[in-house]
Every structure is written in C-alpha cells, then in structure tokens.
Design a protein. Structure first.
Length: 168
C-alpha cells in the first residue's frame, strides 16, 4: 500500500513539474478564438451559444456572437404544445489581460438584437429588443488549440455561460 501511495505522489509531483514549465501565449494579434458553450442560468430551457473573437492587437478583440434558446410548454388543458425560440445576434469587443500563464481575462461590451418566435397570435412587439450589455470572462488554455471558458454578461437569455474554446 505504501508503494502505491508513493507512486501516486510521484506521478502527481512529476505532473506538477511538467505543468509548471508549460506555457502558452493566451492571446496575440491575428489569432481567432471560437467559444462554443451553453448558458448556466438560462431564462428558457436550453441555450447553446457560439462566439468568435478576432485579435486586432495583443490586448483588444472584436467579434460576434449568436445564441439560440428554446422552450416548449403545454399552454392549456387540451395539451396544446407551444414552442418558443429566442435568437440573439450581437457584435462584441473586449480588452484582454494575459499576464498569467495560460489564462486570458477579458472584459468588454456587446451590442445586438434579440428576437422571439412563437405562436403568431401571441407574438408581442416588446419581445424583440436591442441588446446592450457588458461582458466579463476568462479562458484557460489546455493546449495550443483547446481551452475552456466562463463568461458573465446577459446575451438575451442567460447571465452565465461556459464551454470550450478553440483557437485557430
């Protein structure tokens, strides 16, 4: 048992040593980052999102975001199913802070349009709106092309998003 415990500690120590020497530049001019994720606190049931950021300089990016949210409900006792879908399209810009190994912290602004589609008899004008919000997020790069991200900021359906990051 002691040998197994020593072997496990040795593997962990070796992994920490290798990890401490591993460094990836988290953000540099000309790179493209794609964030594919889901909302953790959605207004509707399910919310996949896709964001693309292009690095204009070593600490500034511009890009876009698309979100699709959906929900199905029974609206009366006759079990009539109503499906609501919410779409958001937005442009975004962010400043990046990359002084820590493999981490990219960013904050910025996002502006776009959110619109709903559901039963045409019940569609109201106030359900379509212009979207302005601040975003605050971070990415951790696992290797040169793959990472994970977390982001705060309202995108028309959710306040918190997480998922994977792919660098091209």
């Amino acid at each position: 048992m002691k040998k197994i415990a020593c072997l496990i500690l040795l593997i962990i120590a070796f992994g920490c040593t290798v990890y401490s020497q591993w460094y990836i530049t988290p953000f540099k001019k000309g790179q493209i980052d794609i964030n594919a994720g889901v909302g953790l606190v959605p207004v509707l049931d399910f919310e996949p999102s896709l964001a693309i950021d292009f690095a204009v300089s070593n600490n500034f990016s511009i890009g876009g975001m698309a979100v699709l949210a959906g929900k199905s409900d029974f609206i009366d006792q006759r079990e009539q199913l109503q499906t609501t879908r919410k779409y958001s399209l937005a442009l975004r810009m962010a400043m990046h802070y990359t002084a820590l190994k493999n981490w990219d912290y960013y904050g910025g602004l996002m502006g776009g349009y959110t619109f709903n589609t559901n039963d045409p008899q019940k569609l109201k004008d106030h359900e379509n709106l212009i979207l302005w919000t601040c975003i605050l997020g971070t990415r951790f790069h696992l290797n040169r092309h793959l990472g994970i991200f977390g982001e705060f900021g309202y995108n028309g359906n959710s306040f918190i998003r997480t998922g994977i990051n792919i660098r091209i």
